[in-house]
Design a binder for this molecule. Structure first.
Ligand SMILES: [Mg+2]
Length: 401
C-alpha cells in the first residue's frame, strides 16, 4: 500500500518561542545561543538575521561581526521543551504512528486516515499556528526520506525575512524526479568526506548518483551501495517508529544493612547515576528532571526532584544534581535503607546542540567511549577514579534491586 508520510519542522523554533514571549523582537535580527565572549554558537536565528548571512552552528562572535545589530538571547531549553510538547501532542492526536526526531521535528504516518495527506498537513499547520502560535513547515511524500528532503527544500525556497510556513508535496511516483536535480548532500548517508570524493568525480546531483552502476557505488558506500542507490531514487521503506512509552529511567539500591555513612551513599549514588545515564543513552533519550528517592529504616520514603535547564543523558550532570538533592534532603543521623536516582520528563536528546558546546562535547566524547567499553565488557568494567580511591569499604554493601 502506498504510504502517506508527513515531516513537520518548526520554523526557527527557539527564535519563534522568544518572539512569542517578547513581540518587540518581531522583524529584528536576533539569535538564540551561547555567549559571544565565550565560544558560544548560534542555536537558532531569526529570519531577519539570516538575511545578513547569520546561520545556526555559526560562532556567536562571527554572527555579531556579520550583523552588529544582532540581539543575542541566551537559550532557555526548559522553556522550548514546553512548547515542543504542545506541538507534538497535536501531531500525536492524528496517529499513533508518530516519531519525534528532535525537539522541533517529527514524522507522522497518516496512511490510515481517509483525507489527502496535503489536507492533513494544512490542518496541522493551522492548528499549530492557532493553538501554540508557532510557525511550522511540512513535507508530504510516500516515505520519510522524501518527506524530510521535500520539507528542507521547501523551506529553502521561501522568501527570506520571515518564517517560511511551507507545505511541500511530492506526489507518488515523482520521488526520483524531485530528487534528481538536488545536491548530493541533501541525501541521508552522505557526509562531507564522501560528498567531496563524489564531487572530484564530477558527481554533484542526486540524479547523477542514481545513474551510477552499483559496482561503482560500492567504491564510495561499500555494503550500503544498494541502499544508497535506492535512496537516490527516492525509495525508502523505513517505518515511522512509534514512540516508546518510556516516562522515566531510574535505578535504586537497597542496602543489606541500613547506613548513615554519607560517603557510601554518595558513592552508591554515583554508580546509580552512571547506570541511569547509560540506559538513557542506549535508548536515545534525555530527560529534563532528576529525581532522588530516599527510604529510611522506618520505611518512610521521600522523593525530591529538580528540573534542569537543558535535558541531559550525561552521567556527570545527573550525578551533580542528585548529589545536591541528597545533600539538601538527607537527615544526617537517620539510617538509610534505600536510595534511588531517576531521570524523567524524557524527550529526544539535544546532541546536535550540545555538540556545539566545547565543554559538553568533550564530556560526550568520553561518555561515548565509556559506553562502548561497557557494551563490550559489561556495566562494571569501568569505575571512575572517584569510586576507586576512597576504598574505605563500609560494612553495608549495596544490594542490587
Ligand atoms: Mg526547525
Amino acid at each position: 500500500m502506498e504510504r502517506k508520510i508527513l515531516h513537520l519542522d518548526l520554523d526557527a523554533f527557539f527564535c519563534s518561542v522568544e518572539e512569542l514571549l517578547d513581540p518587540s523582537l518581531r522583524d529584528k535580527p536576533f539569535a538564540v545561543g551561547g555567549n559571544p565572549q565565550g565560544r558560544g554558537v548560534v542555536s537558532s536565528c531569526s529570519y531577519s538575521a539570516r538575511r545578513c548571512g547569520v546561520h545556526s552552528a555559526m560562532p556567536m562572535a562571527r554572527a555579531l561581526a556579520l550583523c552588529p545589530d544582532l540581539i543575542v538571547i541566551h537559550h532557555r531549553h526548559g522553556l522550548y521543551s514546553e512548547y515542543s510538547y504542545k506541538v507534538m501532542d497535536i501531531l500525536r492526536s492524528y496517529s499513533p504512528l508518530f516519531q519525534q526526531v528532535s525537539i522541533d521535528e517529527a514524522f507522522l504516518d497518516v496512511s490510515d486516515l481517509p483525507q489527502h495527506a496535503e489536507e492533513i498537513a494544512r490542518e496541522i499547520q493551522a492548528r499549530v499556528d492557532r493553538e501554540v502560535q508557532l510557525p511550522c513547515s511540512l513535507g508530504v511524500a510516500t516515505n520519510k526520506l522524501v518527506a524530510k528532503i521535500a520539507n528542507d527544500f521547501g523551506k529553502s525556497q521561501a522568501k527570506s525575512g520571515q518564517a517560511p510556513r511551507q507545505i511541500t508535496v511530492i506526489p507518488p511516483g515523482e520521488e526520483a524526479a524531485f530528487l534528481a536535480p538536488l545536491d548530493i548532500q541533501a541525501l541521508w548517508g552522505i557526509g562531507p568526506k564522501t560528498s567531496q570524493k563524489l564531487r572530484e568525480q564530477g558527481i554533484h546531483t542526486i540524479g547523477q548518483l542514481a545513474a551510477l552502476p552499483i559496482a561503482e557505488l560500492e567504491a564510495y558506500f561499500g555494503n550500503n551501495a544498494q541502499e544508497m542507490h535506492a535512496r537516490a531514487l527516492g525509495i525508502d521503506s523505513s517505518p515511522v517508529r512509534p514512540e516508546r512509552e518510556v516516562k522515566s529511567v531510574s535505578n535504586e539500591v537497597t542496602f543489606t544493612r541500613d547506613t548513615t555513612d554519607s560517603e557510601l551513599l554518595r558513592r552508591t549514588m554515583r554508580e546509580l547515576a552512571d547506570k541511569v545515564g547509560f540506559r538513557l543513552r542506549k535508548a536515545g533519550l534525555a530527560g529534563s528532571a532528576v529525581q532522588i528517592k530516599l527510604r529510611y529504616s522506618n520505611f518512610e520514603t521521600f522523593t525530591r526532584q529538580t528540573a534542569l535547564a537543558q535535558p541531559t543523558d550525561l552521567d556527570d550532570v545527573i550525578y551533580a544534581v542528585a548529589e545536591k538533592l541528597l545533600e539538601e534532603n538527607l537527615a544526617p543521623s537517620r539510617p538509610v535503607r534505600l536510595i534511588g536516582v531517576g531521570v524523567n520528563r524524557l524527550s529526544p536528546p539535544y546532541r546536535q546542540l550540545s555538540l556545539w558546546d566545547d565543554d559538553l562535547s568533550q564530556k560526550e566524547k568520553l561518555t561515548d567511549a565509556l559506553d562502548q567499553l561497557k557494551e563490550k565488557y559489561g556495566q562494571d568494567v569501568i569505575k571512575r577514579a572517584s569510586m576507586m580511591k576512597n576504598p574505605k569499604e563500609s560494612d553495608s554493601i549495596p544490594n542490587k534491586s
